[in-house]
Design a binder for this molecule. Structure first.
Ligand code: ADP
Ligand code: ASP
Ligand code: MG
Length: 312
């Protein structure tokens, strides 16, 4: 028997038929003899819709209230999945971020998980109940709802897996693994059997959104075994143990498996980058810190910094 955390993304949760299919996959995994917890995303497009409501309400919206609004998408899908599982005869219940709780810092809209109280989850799983947890949301120290940044349900899933010492964290999505590049852009992309944490971290941080970057660094730090696989599988497909998705593994685990491993694992693209050029930055100690300090405090990622001295 293994303990498995299963995560289903937005496309997998988009509507009644899809959630029913997800419930079937979860049920089969439990029937294979495993303890199961599930982390879910909001339905595809729902978080965008909620973000737009915030923008329409107030262009300079308060991030704490934004979190109250956007966390709602995952609350809906976690309740619905629990209902679908119950309809299939499973014992299931939802555990919202504030109920567990999933403790985070107070960086609203980009919060970091500090700790997950796993007691209730472990007891629930040991009693044969399927715990359904909304991804993306947490609770700060003032008791306010937080969210983890876009794509954050991956990070929630890995954090839950670490908290319950899961044997594996299966990330179910709309492609059947990690490819050499985005298979929706390049038809010839090849599926990779294994990717190391470091490689995945690099791919994710430069735009491969199949996993949120922070979920990969967390998995690497906590030693969580992550598998990426498709939820768009046949009703009669066997449980995930025998479906070859892509395993994210450590360098050591991969050593010796393939002498001729390629030097380049994959290529990523990102259409959602902003380039900012600052000119006439004073050449004195502290000038760079004065620029990047506030950005770091606001949890804004800077992917690439190019510095040069130019004379005008
Ligand atoms: P989910 O809603 O399940 O979290 P995402 O849309 O966040 O799914 O991530 C899955 C998508 O990631 C795929 O549909 C694919 O277009 C994209 N993607 C980008 N790069 C890759 C890659 N190297 N391998 C697989 N998928 C990739
Ligand atoms: N629903 C959130 C988003 O769309 C989190 C997630 O799906 O991972 O960003
Ligand atoms: Mg995603």
């Amino acid at each position: 028997m293994a303990r498995i955390v299963m995560k289903f993304g937005g496309t997998s949760m988009a509507g009644t038929e899809r959630i029913r299919r997800v419930a079937g996959i979860v049920k089969r995994q439990q029937e294979a003899g495993h303890e199961v917890a599930v982390v879910v995303s909001a339905m595809a497009g729902e978080t965008d819709r909620l973000v737009n409501f915030c923008r329409e309400a107030n262009a300079l919206y308060d991030r704490a209230e934004y979190d109250v609004v956007v966390a709602a998408g995952e609350q809906v899908t976690s309740g619905l999945l629990a209902l679908h599982l119950q309809a299939l005869g499973c014992k299931a219940r939802s555990w919202l971020g504030w109920q567990l709780p999933v403790r985070t810092d107070d960086a609203h809209a980009a919060a970091r998980i500090e700790d997950i109280d796993s007691q209730a989850l472990l007891a629930s799983m040991a009693a044969g109940e399927i715990a359904v947890i909304p991804g993306f949301q947490g609770l700060d120290h003032d008791g306010r709802v937080t969210t983890l940044g876009r794509g954050g349900s991956d990070t929630s899933a890995v954090a839950v897996a670490a908290a319950v010492s899961a044997d594996r964290c299966d990330i179910y999505t709309d492609v059947d693994g990690v490819y050499t590049t985005d298979p929706r852009i390049v038809a010839k992309a090849r599926k990779l059997k294994y990717v190391t944490y470091e490689e995945m971290l690099e791919l994710a941080s430069v735009g491969s959104k199949v996993l949120q970057t922070r979920s990969v660094s967390l998995a690497m730090k906590e030693g969580v075994r992550v598998q990426v696989l498709s939820s768009f599988i046949d009703e009669s497909a066997p449980p995930a143990d025998s479906i070859p998705g892509t395993m994210i593994v450590s360098d050591e685990e991969l050593e010796g498996t393939d002498m001729e491993r390629q030097l380049i694992t994959g290529i990523a693209a990102d259409k959602n980058e902003a380039k900012v050029t600052l000119t006439r930055v004073a050449d004195r100690p502290g000038a760079v810190a004065a620029i990047f300090g506030p950005l770091a405090e606001a949890n804004i990622n800077v992917d690439m910094i190019i510095q040069n001295i130019a004379k005008d």
